[in-house]
Design a protein around this ligand. Structure first.
Ligand code: NI
Length: 132
């Protein structure tokens, strides 16, 4: 970790981070932004709308917490339907594809270094470790 990212990692520590306020700074869907870090885990806010891409994360589980709206997470075994206040952990290695008919807001909890598209790199892949 370089000095810059070390400083970023500490910016949410010891401070109140308001998820709704942070989400208000995010205009477009599918662009995760880091709002806090605890040890090697990051908390990210992201807006979702429409369909994402099928992908998986070979090395880590991935936590979705719905702040606002409704989200469906498709998996090969079938979908899970999440509502505001719901938390769901996608197991490592399991293919998933988030979908939201109407715009919804999420918090993601995952280890540092996890890309939004996992193994499916492409035009939907966003730069990692971008803070707001
Ligand atoms: Ni994922």
């Amino acid at each position: 970790m370089n000095d810059h990212s070390e400083a970023a990692a500490r910016q949410g520590v010891g401070r109140i981070v308001n998820l709704r306020e942070k989400l208000g700074l995010v205009a477009d869907p599918w662009i995760p932004r880091v709002v806090a870090q605890m040890n090697d885990y990051q908390f990210k806010v992201v807006k979702v709308r429409g369909d994402f891409v099928w992908h998986s994360h070979a090395d880590t589980d991935e936590t979705f917490f719905v702040v606002e709206g409704e989200v469906r997470i498709d998996m090969r075994d079938g979908p899970v339907h999440l509502h505001a206040g719901d938390l769901f952990v996608v197991p490592r290695g399991v293919e998933h594809k988030p979908f939201a008919e109407h715009e919804a807001s999420l918090m993601l909890i995952e280890p540092c270094g996890v890309l939004n598209t996992g193994d499916a790199r492409g035009e939907r892949t966003q730069p990692n470790d971008v803070w707001i």
